[in-house]
Design a protein around this ligand. Structure first.
Ligand code: G3I
Length: 368
């Protein structure tokens, strides 16, 4: 009897340790150390006269308290990642549903953030009823004018001044550096882009109107075509105020920051504002796999250098990332074999890129 009593504490400890392994979820070992910079991104950006923004994933926003806390703590600009796209806002003809996007707008207003409306004219995320008008120039022209007028007008009246910026037209130049012919809206005619900007300006004269695209960050045929497009719009007196450079970067891709700097400068000379609108850095990781320390360092360097590009440019107003968390990411769906592209991991733990972005916001000069 005495023998058993002597071992009882060890036995209980052993039983408890086994039980706890099956009851409490195994916490993933964090591969990163906390950032020593205490100020939040928003204040650091404000000191540099920049806005720091992120795309907001509606489901994450609705269900994840750590996601919302991160939004509250660090960000002063919000862009609905998809809730303000046509298939969500006008799922049926003349039947608008602003519930999901207005929830984000109410949060942004309460947090004294500003918003980028994304996106009025795009060839993707279109409702079936609009697709069925393909080829009918007059119907499409009426549909697009009504859509832009209703959506921009809704936010002007319900949330005055909150939608400071609109991505009026997104990705209208294709990867061959030609005006996209596979856009439903191109059926209206070559002037659909000009018309969209004019309709948006009529609906909210105070809003700043942007053309937004990917793959136009460096000097290349696609950015040349966008340059010619926006230059012509300006010459025709079209109310366009800036260009959004999406800045989707990644491991294994070539990034020439000197070329980016030269490119942003030529748009500055057109007296257009510059926004980095969709910054992320995808890594070669399979679903559920964790990036290596070397991959995390590469990612951190690229986030910092992209932010540095905007910080060094007097006409760049917004450093915008395209999503906060690897748990709510479009990347694995769009780029097979890639993932982990955001500042926070699946558990909303800040990655080295978060700290690198913070550090970049404290610097007075920025490496290219
Ligand atoms: O929320 C619905 C859900 O209720 C439904 O069950 C599910 C299945 O249909 O769809 C869910 O919505 C999806 C949404 O992402 C949230 O996951 C949409 O179908 C899907 O199309 C949407 O994808 C978005 C994509 O644009 C197309 O709109 C991505 O989140 C978003 O990151 C991506 O963002 C684009 C920019 O707008 C333009 N630049 C490139 C960028 C990346 O592709």
């Amino acid at each position: 009897m005495i023998e058993v009593v002597k071992f009882l504490p060890f036995l209980l400890l052993f039983l408890f340790s086994c039980a706890s392994q099956h009851t409490t979820p195994k916490k993933r070992a964090l591969a990163y150390t906390p950032c020593p910079i205490s100020q939040d991104l928003r204040d650091l950006a404000r000191r540099k006269k920049k806005l720091i923004g992120t795309a907001v994933h509606s489901r994450a926003f609705a269900e994840n308290t750590r996601y919302r806390k991160a939004l509250e703590d660090d960000w002063n600009l919000a862009t609905p990642e998809y809730a303000m796209k046509m298939s969500f806002l006008e799922p049926e003809k003349e039947q608008f549903d602003f519930r999901e996007s207005d929830a984000i707008a109410r949060f942004a207003q309460k947090q004294q953030m500003v918003m980028r409306g994304h996106v009025l004219v795009w060839h993707r995320e279109l409702p079936e009823w609009a697709e069925k008008e393909s080829g009918d120039a007059e119907a499409l022209r009426n549909t697009l004018k009504s859509y832009i007028t209703t959506v921009v007008g809704h936010y002007r009246s319900e949330f005055p001044g909150l939608l400071r910026y609109w991505d009026v037209v997104n990705e209208a130049v294709d990867d061959t550096a030609s005006l996209r012919r596979d856009s439903l809206w191109a059926d209206i005619g070559n002037d659909y882009i000009e018309l969209a900007f004019r309709w948006a300006h009529e609906a909210d004269p105070a809003a700043k109107l942007f053309y937004n695209d990917y793959g136009i960050e460096e000097m290349n045929p696609k950015s040349d075509r966008v340059y010619r497009l926006v230059k012509k719009l300006l010459e025709r007196g079209v109310p366009i105020h800036g260009v959004g450079f999406q800045m989707h970067l990644g491991e294994g891709l070539k990034h020439d920051f000197a070329s980016m700097e030269k490119n942003l400068e030529r748009f500055r000379k057109l007296r257009l504002r510059v926004h980095i609108t969709e910054l992320d850095v995808r890594l070669k990781v399979d679903e559920g796999e964790q990036p290596s320390p070397a991959q995390l360092k590469l990612q951190a360097d690229l986030y910092a250098r992209a932010a540095g590009l905007c910080l060094a440019s007097p006409t760049c107003d917004v450093i915008g990332v395209w999503g906060l968390s690897d748990a709510y990411s479009y990347i694995p769906d769009l780029h097979d074999g890639y993932g982990a592209g955001h500042l926070y991991d699946e558990d909303m733990a800040a990655k080295p890129a978060y700290c690198a972005l913070k550090k970049a916001l404290t610097l007075t000069s920025h490496p290219r």
